[in-house]
Design a protein around this ligand. Structure first.
Ligand SMILES: Cc1cc2nc3c(=O)[nH]c(=O)nc-3n(C[C@H](O)[C@H](O)[C@H](O)COP(=O)(O)OP(=O)(O)OC[C@H]3O[C@@H](n4cnc5c(N)ncnc54)[C@H](O)[C@@H]3O)c2cc1C
Length: 372
């Protein structure tokens, strides 16, 4: 497609910074660059009509790790590293709240987060209870008090151990509202966002980068790549795509379940929203098949999600499924995101794992700060 003089001149000339990807990381990077360089011309390019990766698809848990996850991390990482991981997530959530405010994204943490253990997971359950003090002591410098408490099964889940492990600091947000207000904040700051523009490749020169999109080419002084699960398509970093499938019920009258819930070592997660249950997970049923950048739902995983709703979460309540969808995460062997300079004028902030709500704001800021 040939662009007009006006299109080039107005949108694509004298670009200081270009960011690829308008997820939570790309938008936070843009916001922070604008704060530091108010006169800079900043462009965000997004392949989807919406941000089309994970940031508008997720479950909206403002979480920092369940007790079983912390214990599993402690098996492979030094204590200090595990504490720093949790601290980073906790600080990231505070930064997100500071940036957007609680109300616009419906942030709330009065229901807490709960890890629920299936009947057949007696060993894991006992192990978590036995190690609760150890984990609480480890994380006391982060939260100032015990982060994990034993709580009875008050929501009448079926086929589960009699107690949950509850984290009163865990919160939930309305993902759609969070992204809408983040997009508005970025646009109001004077950053241009162009949707439906996929970046195919780039070419680094001494003092600029040529960006080649599916439709046109242009020059930018610096390029920031925030494409998470799609990163290996554009840069050589080892980020594996990981599709995550979700469903949501229609509204359920007198739904008493409130909070965020982790089940089966975090392979499943569910929460209340608008009198509905949102439930996701099941990647462990087909890791290989879900290692894809293609959106889509499979009957294997969707059937299991429905089965969990029927047998564990809502055993005595009729429900109907309203919507099913998927999103693409970026994962790797290590839980730390990759935030680094790739070339003189090219930087990346990718591999958020399942924690982008918690760490996305911080990583976006770190990515922008690579310029200093
Ligand atoms: C179903 C699901 C549930 C989740 N639940 C939670 C949760 O409860 N709590 C939590 O903390 N995290 C959760 N996550 C993870 C979280 O959503 C992600 O970690 C986070 O959104 C990643 O943000 P990002 O900006 O790095 O990537 P993304 O949001 O994926 O943004 C990357 C963007 O880059 C764009 N892009 C890619 N390639 C190109 C290209 N070549 N040209 C132009 N644009 C391109 C994509 O379209 C996309 O919009 C969940 C994820 C999923 C999928």
């Amino acid at each position: 497609m040939n662009l007009s003089y006006w299109e080039y001149k107005t949108w694509l000339s004298n670009i200081d910074f270009t960011i690829v990807g308008s997820g939570i990381v790309g938008l936070n990077c843009a916001l922070h660059l604008k704060k530091q360089y108010p006169k800079a011309k900043i462009l965000v390019l997004e392949r989807g009509q919406f941000p089309q990766g994970a940031s508008t698809k997720n479950a909206g848990f403002a979480c920092f790790g369940s007790v079983s996850e912390v214990l599993s991390d402690l098996k492979n990482h030094p204590e200090e590293e595990v504490r720093q991981l949790v601290l980073k997530r906790w600080e990231g959530i505070q930064l997100l709240r500071e940036n957007l405010g609680d109300k616009p994204m419906e942030y709330q943490n009065h229901c807490g987060g709960h890890e629920v253990f299936l009947k057949e997971q007696a060993d894991l359950y006992e192990d978590c209870l036995d190690n609760l003090d150890r984990v609480n002591t480890l994380l006391r410098p982060v939260f100032g008090t015990d982060a994990f408490l034993v709580h009875p099964n008050t929501f009448n889940f079926n086929g589960v151990q009699k107690n949950y492990v509850t984290n009163p600091f865990e919160g939930q947000i309305n993902t759609g509202k969070m992204m809408k207000s983040l997009l508005a904040k970025v646009q109001n700051s004077g950053v241009t966002i162009l949707n439906a523009i996929g970046v195919d490749s780039y070419q680094e020169n001494i003092d600029h980068v040529v960006v080649k999109t599916e439709q046109f080419e242009f020059k930018t002084n610096k390029l920031f790549v925030a494409t998470n699960g799609f990163a290996s398509q554009l840069i050589g970093e080892t980020v594996k795509p990981a599709r995550a499938q979700v469903l949501i019920t229609k509204p359920i009258e007198n739904l008493s379940i409130k909070g965020t819930f982790h089940l089966d070592e975090g392979y499943y997660y569910f929460r209340n929203i608008d009198n509905r249950i949102l439930l996701g997970g099941g990647r462990n049923l087909d890791f290989k098949g879900e290692e894809t950048t293609s959106f889509g739902e499979t009957s294997l995983i969707q059937n299991r999600l429905e089965n969990i709703l029927q047998t564990v979460i809502l055993p005595n309540t009729p429900f109907e499924i309203d919507l099913r969808w998927s999103g693409i995460m970026g994962i790797g062997n290590h839980k730390k995101p990759i935030v680094k300079q790739l070339a003189n004028n090219v930087f990346c902030g990718v591999r958020m794992g399942g924690m982008g709500i918690a760490i996305g704001s911080l990583v976006g800021r770190e990515l922008a700060n690579l310029l200093n």
